[in-house]
Write a protein that binds this ligand. Structure first.
Ligand code: F0G
Length: 457
């Protein structure tokens, strides 16, 4: 008999989580105004709100935390961190930051100005936010296949080269750089192929543009390249990572994802000039160049996390767990973004609850039902998140109305995944009884999803 697949780690420390009753959950979610961000975490049994900063550090990372050098300048922790970033990414110049959006803030303060246009593949919200905040515009050039959850494509995060060239042709001088997000979170944790990265590089060179990679989940992207792209099966994850980054001029990183730490990030780049210019903003926004908003112990943990996060066995364990959940849902006929992505399952809420009106927040409705069913917390990636149009103040209805279940790294077991799948199956079986969703009682002018208050219709 073939041996079954098993995790490439064992558990040394546990954190109890609390079960609750349906009646308790109904009360708690009502008290939270049907906003899952408003729930106390102890009211959640399986928390799939995000895979960001929620991973379990290893015994080696925790022991490295004890060795943190907390010197203000020139700490040994910084040198360990910088050596790791250099070795894994191939970039010479490195600035630590407190998280990914801070890396965006530092780099974009140098590169983005009012009136600019930044093309890319489904920019993440904070990336878009840091572009729009500077009165510039993010233009989505993701391939069309990404927006149909039923289309199977090995690299649904790819940039559409025709769309990109059109933007470069029409807006030449106003484009400071092209951004490639690996993996592409917004389209479902979908990877970008090396072939696509190289083609984008050619276009960037033709038009004299830089490439920035938003690399929060770069190791997961490399794993998919190894599995799916011709010629990469025999390469190591680290070789693939170096080849991917050889196509970029700079990267921003949220270490809370693929470096498996609870907080941290960095900017890394090739050019000394860009490094000097970014250093000014680093000091203003983050702190001195050798700590950048982090404690020495955090830098030590990131350094090790970069090595652990790029080990094939670890990545296989992680991504197979996401697939395990996704395959159970597919077996029940539940509509999800396919192929299954790296860090999360994205449920297609419009196909799950077609009878709920789009004005009533379909993905949020599904997320609330899942919480009440089993204490599982997902997150809406749909109309609430899309905010209102800044000019007309009308709701923006995105092409995809998704509920994301993001799987924290090394945290839950496959039994938890089974519980999530059964909870969703129960809702799927009674989906016709869910006729209506929610209306907004109070909302913030931007980023409303964090604080919005809802009531049942
Ligand atoms: N880029 C991508 C692709 C991300 O997914 C995130 C964060 C960031 C940048 C910003 O990094 O949170 O460290 O400031 N994504 C989290 C999520 C919040 O839940 O997907 P950060």
């Amino acid at each position: 008999m073939e041996l079954p697949f098993a995790e490439s780690y064992r558990i040394k420390m546990v954190e109890p989580i609390r079960r609750s009753t349906r009646a308790e959950r109904e009360r708690w979610i009502k008290e939270a105004n049907y906003n899952l961000f408003n729930l106390k975490s102890e009211y959640v049994f399986v928390d799939l709100l995000t895979d960001s900063g929620t991973g379990a550090m290893s015994d080696r990372q925790w022991s490295a935390m004890m060795l943190g050098d907390e010197s203000y300048a020139g700490a040994s922790s910084f040198h360990k961190f910088r050596d790791a970033v250099r070795e894994i990414t191939g970039f010479e110049h490195v600035l630590p930051t407190h998280q990914g959006r801070a890396a965006e803030n530092v780099l974009f303060s140098v590169l983005v100005k009012a009136g600019d246009i930044v093309p890319g593949n489904s920019h993440f919200d904070t990336t878009k936010g840091h572009i729009e905040f500077r009165k510039a515009r993010a233009v989505d050039c993701t391939i069309d296949e990404a927006f149909d959850t039923t289309v199977i494509h090995p690299f649904k995060g790819n940039v559409d080269l025709d769309k990109l060239e059109k933007v470069l042709k029409e807006n030449g001088p106003r484009v400071p750089f092209i951004i490639i997000t690996i993996t592409c979170n917004s389209s479902g944790g979908q990877p970008v192929s090396i072939g696509n990265m190289k083609a984008v590089r050619q276009l960037a060179d033709k038009y004299g543009k830089k490439i920035v990679m938003d690399s929060a989940r770069f190791a997961e992207n490399a794993y998919f390249i190894k599995l799916r792209e011709d010629g990469y099966q025999d390469k190591t994850i680290r070789e693939i990572v170096l080849e991917m980054f050889s196509c970029a001029d700079a990267i921003t990183m949220s270490a809370k994802k693929d470096a498996i730490v609870n907080i941290g990030g960095f900017v890394a780049m090739r050019e000394k000039e860009l490094y000097f210019n970014s250093s000014v903003f680093e000091v203003i926004y983050e702190g001195f160049l050798t700590y950048g908003g982090l404690a020495g112990r955090d830098l030590n943990a990131i350094a090790l996390g970069l090595y652990e996060g790029t080990e094939f066995d670890y990545l296989e364990t992680r991504i197979k767990q996401v697939e395990y959940l996704g395959n159970m849902l597919l077996a029940h006929g539940i509509p999800i973004q396919q192929p299954i992505g790296g860090h999360a399952i994205f449920l297609d809420a419009k196909r799950f609850l077609p009878q709920v009106k789009k004005e009533e927040f379909v993905a949020q409705t599904l997320a609330v039902h899942l919480y009440i069913e089993a204490g599982v917390r997902g997150v809406e990636i749909g109309t609430l998140l899309a905010d209102r149009d800044p000019v007309t103040r009308e709701n923006r209805y995105p092409e995809l109305e998704l509920m994301r279940l993001a799987i924290p790294r090394r945290v839950y077991t496959n039994n938890h995944m089974e519980l999530v799948a059964v909870a969703l199956k129960n809702i799927w079986d009674r989906r016709n009884t869910i006729r209506s969703g929610f209306r907004i009682v109070r909302e913030a002018p931007i980023m409303r999803h964090f604080t919005v208050e809802l009531e049942k219709i």
